[in-house]
Design a protein around this ligand. Sequence first.
Ligand code: NAD
Length: 302
Amino acid sequence: MKPIHRAAVIGAGVMGSGIAAHLANAGIHVVLLDMVPPNLDETKKTDRAARNAWAQGGLEKAVKARPAAFFHPSFARLVEVGNVEDDLERVKDCDLVIEAIIEKLEPKQSLFARLEKLVKPSAIVASNTSGLRIAEMMAGRSEAFRKNFLVMHFFNPVRYMKLLELVAGPDTDPAVFERVVRFGEDVLGKGIVVGKDTPNFVGNRIGVHAMLATLQGMVEMGLEPEDVDAITGPAMGHPKSATFRTADLVGVDTFVHVADNCYASLTEDEDREVFKVPAFARGMLEKKILGDKTRGGFYKKG
Ligand code: NAD
C-alpha cells in the first residue's frame, strides 16, 4: 500500500495542532497552516513570523501540553508552520491533507474548493469535522476529489485518545478508505471505528447528546458544574473526563457549533430537541468564554 510520507494540517487550533504533533511524532513530515491574524499593523503585514503567528502559537500550545507530549528526536525538523494565504500551495507535495478549521460548513466548503485546484491526484483529503455531512462538504467538488475524500475524526487530546472515527462518503474509493485504516492503525497507533455519514457520526451523536442532557439536567436540578463533575468524573471511572472539564477542553464554541449542526440536520422524529443548546451556554459563546483556549469556561483556567 502506498505510504504516507508528507501531510498538511489546516487549522492550528485545539485539534489541528494536536493532529500535526501526533503525525510528526509518528515520523511524518507535516506542514501546519492557520489564518493570517486579522488586523496586523502596517509594519507587520509583510513579516512572515507575524503572518504565521496563529499556526506557531497553536503548535507551541500543543508542545507544552502536559504530560510532556513529545518524543520524536526529529520533531522540530518534521513540523513546519505557515498560513493559508502564503503557503496553501505547499499541499501540492502532500500525500494527505487534514482539514481541522472551524466547525462551519461554508468555510470548509471554500477551503475544499481551493484544495481541489492544488492537491496531487493521488492525495487523500480528510476532514476532522465533528459531524458535518460529507455530501454537503463535497457539494461542487469533482468526482476525482470526492473519491479521495473521507472524514478522519480524531478525539481530544489527540495523542492520548486512542479512538479515530473514520467515515466514508458515498463516493469515497474503498481502496482510499483502506489505506487510511492501515495508516491510522499501523502508523498513528489508533483504534479505528468506522462510522456512517449520519449527523455527528457515532462519537458525537452519543457524546454531545450526553453532554447536553447533562447540561439541561443540571439547570433543572439546580446543580453546579462541580456537583455534576463530582459524579461524572473519577467516581464513574473517568479520571480526566468529567462532563464540564471535557466541555472546557473541547471548547464551548466548537461544542455549540456541533450541537447546532446536529439539530439542523435532524427532524423532529429523530429526537433533535436534546441537541438544543441551553441559553447559558450560548451566552458563554457570545461573551467568548470558550474553555481552556480562552481565560476560562465552566472552570477558570489554571
Ligand atoms: P479551534 O477553534 O480550536 O481551532 C480552529 C482553528 O482553525 C483556529 O486556529 C482558526 O484560526 C482556524 N481557522 C478557521 N478558519 C480557517 C480557515 N479558513 N483557514 C485556516 N484556518 C482557519 O477548533 P478545534 O476544536 O481545533 O476544531 C477544529 C475542527 O475539529 C472542527 O471541525 C471541530 O468540530 C473538530 N473537532 C474538535 C474536537 C474538540 O474536542 N475540540 C474534537 C474532534 C473534532
